[in-house]
Design a protein around this ligand. Sequence first.
Ligand code: F6P
Length: 538
Amino acid sequence: MHTKLNMENQKTQTIILELKEEAKQSLERPLFEYFMEEPRRVETMSVSAPFIYADFSKNLLSSKTFQKLCLIPLTLQIDEKIKKMFGGDDINTTEIRPALHTLLRRIETPSSPALVSKHALCVKALRQLESITREIVEGKKKSAFGERITDVVSIGIGGSHLGPKLVLDALRKKTSELNIHFLENADQNEIARVLNVLEPRNTLFLVASKSFSTGETLLNANEAKKWLSQSHPCPKELNQSFIGITNNSLAANAFGISNENILPLWDWVGGRFSVWSAIGLPIALGRGMTTFYEFLAGAEEMDDHFLNSPVNNNLPIILALLSFWNHNCLGAESYAVVPYCDNLRFLPSYLQQLEMESNGKSITIDGNEASYNTAPITWGGVGTASQHAFFQLLHQGTRMIPVDFILPLQTGDFDQELEHYRVANCLAQSETLMLGNKRKNTKPEKRLTGSRPSTTLMMDNLSPRALGALLSLYEHKTETLGFLWNINSFDQWGVENGKNAATRIMQGLNSKDYSGHDQSTSSLMRKYVERIVKDEKE
Ligand code: F6P
C-alpha cells in the first residue's frame, strides 16, 4: 500500500495539489520575470540566520507560492516533531532510540529535565576529550614505545571520518605540532600512502567506530598493529599506541585497547551526526579544544534559530521547503552543492552522507511504500574549478539541477583581486543560471535557457562558529525533510546488506567456492581468483 504524503492531513494534501499545479506554470515562466513583478523579491526571499545570509530569490517560484510552501510545516505540525527530536523522543522508530546529536553541543544546560543524565554523559565525555587532548599535545601521553606522539592517524569511515576530515581541513590554523592523518578505505595503497612517511614510535592511532565492527575500520586497525609490530624492538604491549572512540568498549577491549584509552559514543547519536562527539578528537588534537568548543557553540546558535524562528524566517526549514519544491514539485532529480572556497572542498562528500544516508529511503514511518520521491542526489564540487568541469551541463544540459552556492567571506589574508575574483565568479554563475543569455539571434548551440534555480548562502566568515552553524543548518534541513516525507532519517538498513554480501564473497574467494551467487558474480569471483593464481605462477 502506498502512503500519500501525510494523506490523513487533508489540508496538507490540498496545499500540495495546488503547489503541483503552480509548479507546472513555474516551469513555463522565465525566472527573471518574477523580479520584474516583485520589486521587493530579494527582501521577501532572503533570510539571515547565525553567520549565514541566504538569498533564495533565484528559485523558480513566486513569493506567493513560497508563502504557500510555508504552510506545509504548519499543517504537518513539524514544530512538534522538532521538539520531540530535541527532547529525546525515540524518533528513530526502527531502532527505537532518540537522535540526540543536538545535546552534544548544548553544554550549559540540557534541553529538558528528561535529558539530565544523558547531558551529564556528554559533559563527562567532553572533559575526557579535553584531558586526553592535553596529555597528547603536551607530550605527557607517550606511544607504546615510550616516545612523544608527533603524528595521529584517525582510522574510521562514513560519519566516523567525514566530519573530522572536513572540519580539520576547513579550519586550517594549527594549534599544535601534531600532524593528523586519516585512513578510510581498506586499501593497501592508501595505507602505504599514509603510513610510509610516518615513524611507528611516534604515531598514535585513533580507532573511530561507533560499532567497532565496520570491516574497513577493523582491517585498517589490524594493518596498523602489523605496521607497529614491524618496528624493532617492538614493545610487548601496543595498547598505548591506540585510542578507541566507540559505543562498543567490549570489542575495543578485545582488539587490545584498554578502557582508559576509550572515549565513549552512544546509540542515541547517529554516525553521520557524530562530528560533535568524541569522534571530533582529531579536531581537538589538531586545532585545539577552544576551537572545538567554538565549533559546538556555532551549531548551538543554529539550533536555537531552528527551534525559535517562525517558518518563513527559519533557514533550515526554508532550505527543506525549497528542496521539496525543486524535487517533489518541479521534478529535479539531484542538486549540486558548490562551495566557492577551498576550505570547504570536503563539504559535498560530507553532505552526501548526511542527506543521502538519512533520507535515501522509500518506506515511510508507518511501514508503507512512499508514493513520492524522497532524497534527491546530493553532489557537487568547489568553485571556480567546477566551472571548468560540470557547469556546462548546469547551463546547457537537458536537466534542471538546482545549486546551493556557499560563499564564505573573509576566509584568509585579504587579497582584493583574488577575493573579488572568487566572489564575482560565484555571483556570475547564479546570475547566468537564472538569466541565460537573451541576446537576439544567438545561434542555437550558444543559447542558455536560463531559469535554472539556485540559492546563495553568504557566510560572514569561516570561523569555527560559522562552520558549526553551517553543518547544523544542513542537519536540520535533513531532519525537516525527513519529517516532511514521513520517513526515518536516522537508520540505514540499506547499507547492511552490502556489508553482509561482502562477507559472503570474501569467504567464497578464500575457499574458492563461487556457488551461492548469481552467474555474473560467481564468474567475476572466479576470474579474479584465476588472475591471482596466474600472477602467482609467473
Ligand atoms: O555507512 C554505514 C555506517 O554505519 C554509517 O552510518 C557510519 O557512519 C559508518 O558506517 C561507520 O560506522 P562505525 O562508526 O560504526 O564504524
